[in-house]
Design a protein around this ligand. Structure first.
Ligand SMILES: [Zn+2]
Length: 347
């Protein structure tokens, strides 16, 4: 009997360095400068898709959607790009795949998914923060695949900044370990009672194609979403203590004053923009063009004038006992982010 090894995902077994290096796209390097990535982090239903759509309108920004889902939903299920084309027929993404990997066919999706399921877990946040050796291979695989997509997407679009709205904080912990990435995390936080109400609603995924892909967006009970809200927001906030650049954006503030928030995020991303860059922001609305986003909330397909207002349906629709439960579970973080003690909307 040999010594027991740390449990690794079965698909990662035998993924020796030589095997990784044998992949043809590993040899080509296309880096002129570090890829600058704005990573939108936070719990789902916090407004990250809306923020990403708005950022996509800014000059110098290429929004990618939720890149962590690209491997399965785009490469395998061929779901729709935000431009409306199936992923395989979108010229933008085809060019990105050619530049990043010499074609998407060269991506070993099973290996990426195995690495994702190994590393991208909330319970691994502490291990990721410490750089636990047993996670190293999985971290490198996930980070390298994402970095290649970022670099190629930025180069194809001629954009110095790319946006990944994957949201999951564990992915931010993975990406921060890649020294070739200029990672800037925008931490989007929303009132947990609004988040909880949103997670109770049934939402169909419009990009679904065929029987293989998921039809409905996931749902969570108010108590489950409250605990996820705590875990996601506290682990995202912790990134700052590790030296990662983090900017906090409250969904409610963004929707009330989109131009002001967008200007602050653009500055955080290192973009110098004049007032014309924000001309798509109208009173109470955004004017949106198609964006080549892979996966994400159905809002990524919205086009033209999109009215925006703070969605506070939870104040009347979320049962009072659920609202109190979520408040109790998320306190004192709820207060820390400024959501306590207000019966009316935050001005
Ligand atoms: Zn497209």
């Amino acid at each position: 009997m040999g010594p027991s090894r740390p449990a690794a995902h079965p698909s990662l077994e035998g993924l020796a360095q030589a095997d990784v290096e044998a992949r043809p796209w590993r040899r080509c390097t296309l880096r002129n400068s570090m890829a600058r990535v704005v990573f939108l982090a936070g719990l789902g239903r916090s407004g990250t898709t809306l923020l990403e759509r708005a950022l996509a309108e800014l000059p110098g920004v290429q929004a990618l959607g939720e890149v962590n889902h690209l491997w399965r939903r785009s490469l395998v299920d061929d779901e729709l790009c935000g431009c409306g084309e199936p992923f395989s027929r979108c010229p933008h993404w085809r060019a990105v795949g050619d530049q990043a990997f010499g074609g998407w066919d060269n991506v070993d999706v099973a290996a990426v998914e195995a690495a994702q399921s190994e590393a991208m877990r909330l319970r691994h946040i502490a291990g990721l923060a410490r750089g636990r050796p047993s996670l190293r291979t999985a971290v490198e695989i996930v980070a390298e695949h994402h970095r290649r997509v970022y670099e190629a997407a930025g180069a194809v679009a001629g954009a110095p900044v790319v946006v990944d709205s994957s949201k999951h904080p564990a992915l931010a912990y993975v990406l921060r370990r890649d020294p070739a990435l200029d990672l800037r995390v925008v931490h989007v936080v929303r009132d947990p009672r609004g988040v909880a109400y949103s997670w109770t609603k049934q939402v169909e995924r419009p990009e679904r194609r065929g029987n293989g892909s998921e039809r409905w967006m996931a749902r969570y009970s108010p108590s489950a979403s409250a605990l996820l809200w705590l875990a996601h927001n506290s682990s995202t906030a912790m990134l700052r203590a590790l030296g990662t650049r983090v900017m906090l954006v409250r969904y409610e503030s963004f929707v009330r004053e989109p131009a002001q928030t967008l200007a602050a995020v653009a500055q955080f991303a290192g973009l110098e923009l004049d007032a014309d860059a924000f001309a798509f922001v109208e009173p109470g609305a955004l004017r949106l063009q198609p964006a080549h986003t892979a996966s994400g909330n159905p809002l990524r397909f919205a086009l033209g004038r999109l009215e925006i207002r703070v969605d506070e349906a939870w104040r009347t629709q979320l049962p009072r006992r659920d609202s109190l439960l979520v408040s109790a579970l998320t306190y004192p973080q709820l207060a820390h982010y400024g959501f306590a003690g207000r019966r009316k909307a935050v001005p």
